[in-house]
Ligand binder design. Structure first.
Ligand code: SER
Length: 326
């Protein structure tokens, strides 16, 4: 990996992965691509930035050619809850975008990272200790695009020899950029609520157990997988990876250890609850551990401690900036 392109660079994963990759591979060698005209200042100040709509094959190929890209991290995607509201758009971006990225990779000889998801599982899947290889019959458009994406990645690897690697990521918890409309977003919003108002209204039932991961673990997983020797990667396009598994009640209890007066109530969203109920409670990620050495560093205790500390600093800074703005 020498010249890297990141689609969806302004999103929850992209905004942190871009900075980590720039640190590792050199700022000028990591090209961030987003669809927003106004990306975060640190993204544009720390290296090249361009605007790409992943549905536009010409624009994508032009960027790959112009920047002499050899590896594409394809993060641009519509998340599960928004996808249920806009299924046509989700198909166009999640499937159409991936197909165009894979075509560019085939034509220009690039490697690809593809973020799959716990959303590829659904009714019929064993939801406890969900195996690497099992029933996959998702009934959300998000899950369908991610599962079809896994299969398309397999096809491009076997048929054209494209080096594609992917992870089935769980809910990601981070303080830098909020997620853009997923089912697991409560596990980020709860920290904002706890620090700003001392309360949070949760859209999932209190006993809904889902897999989760703190962002630094996810960034490390992506980077280690992409640097791993290719010949051990039998399940290369879609590794189950997880770091912890908890319910909203358990996360609230953990937050109360630092903010004793924190309260949580519920206004359950039936759409997101149905999605969550169809996803694994906890996945078996032993295949990722065996094939490329996956190992998480952050559990619920460490994640809660880090989130409260970092988010408190960020919110205080935002408040200061707001106060000095005329
Ligand atoms: N966090 C994602 C979502 O909730 C799952 O991949 O949509």
């Amino acid at each position: 990996m020498k010249r890297l392109l990141i689609t969806g660079a302004t999103g929850q994963i992209g905004s942190e992965l871009t900075i980590a990759l720039r640190r590792a591979y050199g700022e000028a060698n990591v090209i961030a691509a987003g669809h927003r005209r106004q990306p975060d200042a640190d993204l544009v100040q720390s290296g090249p930035y361009c605007t790409i709509d992943v549905r536009d094959a010409d624009c994508l190929q032009e960027a790959v050619r112009r920047y002499r890209i050899d590896t594409i991290f394809h993060l641009a995607s519509v998340l599960s809850a928004v996808a249920e509201q806009k299924p046509q758009l989700a198909w166009e971006i999640n499937m159409g975008g991936l197909h165009k990225v894979l075509e560019a990779a085939r034509q220009f000889g690039c490697a690809v990272f593809f973020p799959s998801s716990i959303g590829v599982f659904g009714p019929g899947t064993p939801l406890e200790n969900t195996p690497q290889v099992t029933v996959q019959r998702p009934n959300t458009i998000y899950g369908i695009t991610k599962l079809a994406g896994e299969l398309l990645c397999d096809y491009y690897h076997h048929r054209f020899g494209v080096d594609i690697r992917g992870l089935r990521l769980p809910g990601l918890i981070s303080y830098k950029t909020p997620p853009g409309g997923g089912t697991t977003d409560y596990a980020v919003e709860i920290f904002y609520g706890a620090l700003t108002e001392g309360r949070y209204c949760c859209f999932l039932k209190g006993n809904t157990r889902l897999d989760m991961m703190y962002m630094p673990d996810a960034i490390r997983a992506v980077m280690v997988l992409m640097e791993a020797g290719g010949k051990n990667l039998i399940h290369r396009n879609a590794y189950n990876v997880t770091a912890m598994s908890f319910t909203p009640e358990e996360l609230a209890a953990q937050i109360r250890r630092s903010i004793p007066d924190f309260t949580m109530d519920y206004d359950v969203d039936p759409v997101r609850q149905a999605i969550a109920d169809s996803w694994p409670r906890y996945m078996d990620d032993s295949t990722a551990r065996a094939e490329w050495g996956w190992e998480p560093h952050f559990d619920i205790v460490a994640t809660t401690r880090e989130m409260l500390a970092h988010l408190a600093v960020k919110l205080a800074r935002q408040k200061e900036d707001h106060n000095v703005t005329p």
